[in-house]
Design a protein around this ligand. Structure first.
Ligand SMILES: Nc1ncnc2c1ncn2[C@@H]1O[C@H](COP(=O)(O)OP(=O)(O)OP(=O)(O)O)[C@@H](O)[C@H]1O
Length: 331
């Protein structure tokens, strides 16, 4: 596979009021392969927008290497910009314009043939509503119009910062279908998001960031498997047997927690072993349920902050301290 986005050792420091330096991104790596939908996750203030803005040349990095579609940026941005569609800041559309007027104007400004307008309207599912004024649109429709505007130039890569922000469940679902549809047509999508259930459903792979450092990366299934707890919830035929069952399993070498109405057996490789071990003592299992791990619990575990104020888990070595802070961040 070919990497469409490569970030190595990215550093960005903002100079704050009274001159204190804030390392918003402190040596960060990310790789997005062609054709995948990649989720970029992190808590508020972890450095997602800073990373995306640096990648798009909207602010300058203080260190590290960035490549888009194999070309170094910001140097090659003039050549690759046409192949990258991005919505990093919420776009403001004129409420009195229709979606068609809006896209037509953007097509003219971007030197894109007008024939592309109905194509993108269809791609984002606005066909039939393109003649309505934007001020009559729901938030979800405005987001889809934003995606349509980013698709005008037929980019190979689409970068979206929090595309589902503020959307209701129906809007989130529409956005999910839209992104999956784009990916099915060969587009690479990078989306930053807080909506972890959605990311788990849409994305092939993820990068998780906390305090400007990467804490996990890889295919969603691998990240989940790495952090799977391999716990099994067990209920026996009668609740009175739970203490006896816990004793049997402990004697056989398992680690067991006794809860009010079930047992939790930790680090189990083969749940069938529990059934067999208990049956040998004539204790029969009524429920045997492996506890599944979801992206939300992994995210909370990985981005949790330890006593010293740093993320508990960082999967990259500590970088050299960022070079002198730039001035974009003065506020
Ligand atoms: N222009 C700026 N000047 C100073 N500090 C900034 C500036 N922009 C961002 N920061 C700080 O850098 C850190 C990273 O911010 P960033 O916006 O990249 O995070 P984020 O992960 O996108 O957060 P959110 O999910 O809330 O949008 C935060 O502590 C933020 O306060």
């Amino acid at each position: 596979m070919t990497a469409v986005i490569e970030i190595r050792g990215l550093q960005k420091t903002y100079r704050r009021w009274r001159g204190s330096a804030h390392h918003a991104v402190a040596g960060f790596d990310m790789t997005v392969e062609a054709g995948e939908v990649h989720g970029f996750l992190g808590p508020n203030g972890s450095g997602k927008t800073t990373t995306l803005r640096t990648l798009l040349g909207l602010i300058a990095a203080d260190g590290g290497e960035l490549r888009l579609l194999g070309r170094p940026v910001p140097g090659a941005l003039p050549e690759v910009a046409r192949e990258v569609g991005a919505i990093v800041e919420s776009p403001n559309f004129f409420g009195n314009f229709t979606a068609h007027d809006t896209l037509s104007l953007l097509a003219t400004a971007g030197d894109v043939p007008q024939s592309r307008v109905p194509e993108v309207v269809e791609l984002v599912g606005l066909t039939g509503r393109e003649g309505d004024r934007v001020k009559t649109y729901s938030l979800g429709m405005k987001q889809r119009l934003a995606v349509a505007s980013a698709l005008l130039k037929q980019p190979k890569l689409l970068i979206l910062d929090e595309p589902a922000n503020g959307l209701d469940p129906a809007g989130i679902r529409e956005m999910r279908d839209l992104l999956r549809n784009l990916a099915a047509n060969g587009m690479t999508v990078l989306l930053s998001s807080h909506i972890l259930g959605e990311v788990q459903q849409i994305c092939d792979s993820v990068t998780i960031i906390a305090n400007g450092r990467r804490v996990a990366a890889g295919p969603v299934s691998d990240v989940l498997a790495e952090h799977a707890t391999a716990e099994v919830r067990v209920r026996t035929e009668s609740i009175e047997q739970h203490q006896a069952a816990a004793d049997i399993l402990r004697q056989a070498g398992a680690s067991v927690t006794l809860a009010a109405d079930h047992l939790l057996v930790h680090a189990v490789e083969r749940p069938a072993w529990i059934t067999r071990t208990l049956a040998l003592h004539e204790v029969y299992v009524a429920e045997l349920a492996p506890i599944t791990v979801d992206l939300e619990s992994v995210f909370l575990e990985l981005t949790g902050v330890g006593a010293e104020g740093r993320p508990r888990n960082v999967d990259q070595p500590a970088p050299a301290v960022a070079v002198a802070a730039t001035t974009e961040g003065v506020n």
